[in-house]
Structures are given as C-alpha cells and as structure tokens.
Design a protein around this ligand. Structure first.
Ligand SMILES: CC(=O)N[C@H]1[C@@H](OP(=O)(O)OP(=O)(O)OC[C@H]2O[C@@H](n3ccc(=O)[nH]c3=O)[C@H](O)[C@@H]2O)O[C@H](CO)[C@@H](O)[C@@H]1O[C@H](C)C(=O)N[C@@H](C)C(=O)N[C@@H](CCC(=O)O)C(=O)O
Ligand SMILES: Nc1ncnc2c1ncn2[C@@H]1O[C@H](COP(=O)(O)OP(=O)(O)OP(=O)(O)O)[C@@H](O)[C@H]1O
Length: 458
C-alpha cells in the first residue's frame, strides 16, 4: 500500500458519506484526511435482503449516519485535527453535542497517554435546524444481546433466558472465542462483519497517533443499525455500574487530580445519552440499555458463578481480541489487569478448585503479581486502564478471602492481610454492601425491570 501519512501535515478530517445496500446488508462508511485516499470501513449485517418500508428506511438512514459519525473516531484519532467536516448530510446541535462527548471522553485515555488535551478542541459542525422526532416503527419484541466472550454478557443472556425473553446472541467481528461462547448458549446467533479501512494500519506504522478508542460506542451503533434492519425493539449490553468510574490520575505537573475512564462508553453517561438519542432520532420504540447497570462487578461475578456452563469456553482477557497480534495460549494470559480482576472477583463466589481449573493456575499465590493486584486495590498506584471493578470492590473481595482458610495463606492474600488491610477502614471492606441491586440509574424497560430485579437479587 503506497500511502504516505504525516499526522502533523493533516488539516482536516472529512466524514465523506455512508451508504447501505439493503439487498446485501453491506454498509460502507467513508472518511478521509484532507484530499488523501478514502478510508472505507465496511459493516455487514447478515439476514439480507432486508425489505424496508418508508419509515424503516428512514430509521435505517438515521442509524447508519449515527454509526458513520461514531465509527469515525478510529480514523479521526490518527491525526486529531481541529477542522472536522461532514459532507454527505447535515447534523443538528444535539447530535453534535453527543458526538463531542463521545470523542472527547471516549478518547480520554488516548489523550492522556499521548499528552494531548482535547477538551474544547473537538467541534462537530451542525446545521441550526433540529431533526424531526423519530416515530415508533412497530418493532417486534425481541432482544439483540451483545456478547463479548466474557462473563458479563453471559450473565445477561442467562437472565433473559430465565425470564423467557426472546433473544438473538449477537457479536461483531471474527473472534472464534466469542463464536464458541455464542454457540454454547444454544440460542439463535447473529455475527456481524466489520472491516476497518486497511490504510489505518499503514498510517499506524507511519506514526499516526494511536491509543484506546470507545469501542463499545461503535459496537452499540452497529447493533442499533442491525436492530432496525431486523425489525426488533431491544439492543442489550452488559455494562455494570462499576464501568462508570474511571481512574484518578494526578497531573504530570503534580497538581490537579482528574478522572480518566478507559471504559467511558461502557458507563452510564454514554448509555443515557446514546439511548435517548436513538429513541429520539432513530425509532421511538427501539430500546438501548445495559441489563447489568444496576450491578457492581462483584454482583455480576456472583451471578456468573451460579452456572458452570461456560467455564471451559469464556474469557475476559482482552488479549484474545486483537485484530492483529498475539493471543494467550489458554484463553487467560494470567498477567493482565483483567485476568487479575476476574480471578479476584470470582474467588469469593466459587469453590477454589473450580476457579483454579478455569485459569489453569492460582493467580493469588504468585508473589510476582503483587504490583498488578496493588493497582487493582489502588494501593501505591492508580486503577489500571482496563475494564476492571472499582478499587473498593477489589479491596472488599481481598478482605473476604483473607478470612477464608482455603485462601488466606496464598501469597497475595497473606500480604494484603499483613501490609494493606491494617491501613483500611474495616467498614469499607464489606462485600455484602457492594452486592446491592441499585435501581436509580438504568434504562431497562419498566415491565422487564419488575421481573429482572428479583432475578438479579436472588
Ligand atoms: C484487543 C485490544 O485490546 N486492542 C487494543 C490495542 O490494539 P492493537 O494495536 O494491539 O491491536 P488490534 O486490536 O488488532 O487493533 C489494531 C489497530 O486497529 C485500530 N483499531 C482497532 C479497532 C477499532 O475499533 N478501532 C481502531 O482504531 C487501532 O489503531 C489498533 O492499534 O491497542 C489499541 C491502541 O491502544 C486499542 O485501540 C485496541 O482496542 C480495541 C479497539 C479493542 O477492541 N479493545 C477492547 C478489548 C477494549 O478495550 N474494550 C474496552 C471497552 C471500553 C470502551 O469504552 O468501549 C474494555 O474492555 O474495557
Ligand atoms: N465483539 C463484540 N461484539 C458485540 N458486543 C461486544 C463485543 N465485545 C464486547 N461486546 C460487548 O461490550 C460490552 C463490554 O464488553 P466486556 O468485554 O466488558 O464484556 P464481556 O465480554 O461480556 O465480559 P467481561 O467483562 O468478563 O470481559 C458487553 O456488553 C459485551 O457484550
């Protein structure tokens, strides 16, 4: 590929246009920097041809544009120019505000790691007139449930199964691990194809800015488009309450402490803004929500431990999910923050031999992993930039293990009891308090919530 990319020479990022072929289910999202080559991402929704009436066609157009605008973050980040152009259509001020949030907060970790400050610097051009409110489409009652191969989505899937809600287990990309988990559910499946414009990998090699992007926002927009094409009324994610809390970072200058959330697009602020936007601008009867929002990570782990159906198949280790690059040999690398956290979070709720069999080793009896666990505990370090629970959850789980004969002599647990626990307030180490189902902030439809609450609390 003979493209030359110099991030410092870029002046503008262009959202050229997007199109969808209802006969094949292929969507094309087109972007460019200045007059450079078109960067074309494709998304393929199985189930075509899609027969769409006028109202569904309009909803599909709105969903496609929303996806075009959100997925642009992968390319925009390569140069982060201040000049952003939208060429194929216009957006209103409310849509622009949503996008500014997604780009600024969703690129928060990216900006922090690259020493960039994006606050107030990302502005989406908008047309003054607001778009019309979207009508209800008469969508059928059915959930597209996002599956990521880890414990969280499996908890949602089992909860919906227990409540007899019709669901299709849905994922984006070619992960074999996710496919195996999806098939293990025994439920209908939908595997959506996504091809990133290959030029981006070349730009990365030539020194493009690179770093974390809000991938859950992209996956959410893809599934909203798929829901419209399939005529179903729910897109269900599995983002827990803990995802709304970031890492507290001290400024390099030693001054201000601020929050940078690696999982911003898994948090409540994104869910609320995006879900409201979908109902207002795509379809009034399309519900986007996270089924696990009322739960902490520990409460999700407790639910997961109730069945061993997925023990030999699931993995939360993100090393499994690279488009390019290495994968762990046995699904769990055992040394990353997610492996550390999931091991710790499951330990209070599972027999020890079962947990050790899942991971193939006992991570809590390996003294070389002390720094990794310290970061989870927010002890002499900040919470890692990963999808892990709050520090107080890790501390409470560790304190619970320190009281159990089968765990308390393991190297990391014993060291916690000896060196860290004495510095902590005992009142803040209570696991039970972190298992409470909170119903103040979620978008779960009312009729479902009434039944779900009892299931999640059991
Ligand atoms: C698997 C992973 O962690 N990937 C991150 C990693 O990417 P890497 O370069 O090591 O390899 P690839 O994943 O193969 O990606 C190659 C390049 O492609 C670009 N890219 C990829 C996907 C995408 O949607 N947009 C992209 O622009 C990117 O330039 C890659 O370098 O490091 C990257 C740079 O820090 C990360 O961007 C990759 O993260 C993926 C987008 C990813 O899917 N990560 C999830 C495992 C993840 O982090 N999930 C979060 C959800 C947080 C949220 O707010 O959504 C979580 O579990 O907490
Ligand atoms: N490839 C994917 N396609 C569709 N949805 C995905 C994909 N990867 C992750 N998700 C969804 O994004 C959300 C966040 O992913 P996350 O990795 O935290 O969850 P998980 O894989 O279910 O569980 P765990 O936290 O144990 O890894 C979940 O709702 C998950 O289902």
């Amino acid at each position: 590929m003979s493209v030359v990319f110099d991030r410092n020479a870029v002046r503008s990022f262009r959202f050229i246009d997007c199109d969808l072929d209802a006969a094949t289910g292929v969507a094309r999202l087109r972007y460019a920097f200045d007059d450079g080559p078109e960067l074309i991402e494709t998304v393929t929704v199985p189930g075509a041809p899609f027969e769409l009436d006028a109202a569904r066609t309009e909803a599909a157009t709105q969903a496609l544009r929303l996806l075009h605008l959100i997925a642009g973050v992968s390319y925009y980040k390569a140069a982060v120019p201040t000049d952003i152009r939208i060429e194929g259509y216009a957006i209103d001020a409310e849509t622009a505000a949503l996008l500014e949030d997604v780009y600024v907060h969703g690129l928060g970790e990216f900006a922090y790691r690259n020493g960039l400050d994006l606050h107030g610097k990302i502005r989406f051009p908008h047309d003054a007139s607001a778009n019309a409110e979207a009508p209800a489409l008469g969508l059928r009652t059915h959930a597209l449930v996002a599956i990521g191969g880890g414990k969280d989505s499996l908890v949602s899937i089992e909860a919906l199964r227990a409540l007899d809600i019709e669901q299709t287990v849905s994922w984006i990309g070619g992960s074999q691990l996710i496919r195996v988990c999806a098939e293990r559910t025994g439920l209908p499946t939908l595997n959506i194809g996504r091809q990133i414009a290959p030029e981006l990998f070349e730009y990365n090699r030539q020194g493009a800015w690179n770093g974390h992007i809000p991938v859950t926002a992209i996956n959410s927009a893809i599934l909203v488009l798929a829901a419209v094409l399939h005529g179903v009324d729910q897109v269900v994610f599995s983002n827990e309450r803990s995802a709304s809390y970031g890492s507290l970072i001290r400024d390099a200058s030693g001054g201000e402490t601020r929050e940078v959330n690696h999982q911003w697009s898994k948090g409540w602020a994104f869910e609320r803004a995006f879900g409201d936007h979908v109902q207002a601008r795509v379809a009034a009867d399309l519900h986007y929500y996270s089924l696990l929002r009322p739960l902490s990570e520990l409460a999700v782990a407790r639910q997961f431990a109730k069945t061993d159906r997925y023990d030999a198949h699931f993995s939360s280790c993100n090393r499994n999910f690279h488009l390019l690059g290495e994968r762990p040999v046995n699904r769990w690398c055992g040394i990353c923050p997610k492996c550390h956290f999931v091991f710790l979070a499951l330990a209070p709720f599972m027999p020890k031999p079962r947990l050790v069999a899942i991971f193939g080793r006992n991570l809590l009896d390996d003294a070389s992993q002390v720094p990794g666990f310290d970061a989870l505990l927010e002890y002499q370090d900040h919470k890692p930039f990963e999808c892990v629970g709050e520090g107080r959850e890790s501390r409470a789980a560790m304190a619970a293990l320190a009281k159990r004969p089968e765990w308390r002599e393991d190297a990391i647990v014993a060291r916690f009891a000896r060196e860290i626990a004495p510095q902590l307030d005992v009142g803040e180490l209570d696991v039970a308090g972190l298992l409470v189902v909170e119903d103040d902030a979620h978008r779960i439809p009312g009729a479902l919530w009434d039944r779900l609450r009892a299931h999640l609390a059991a």
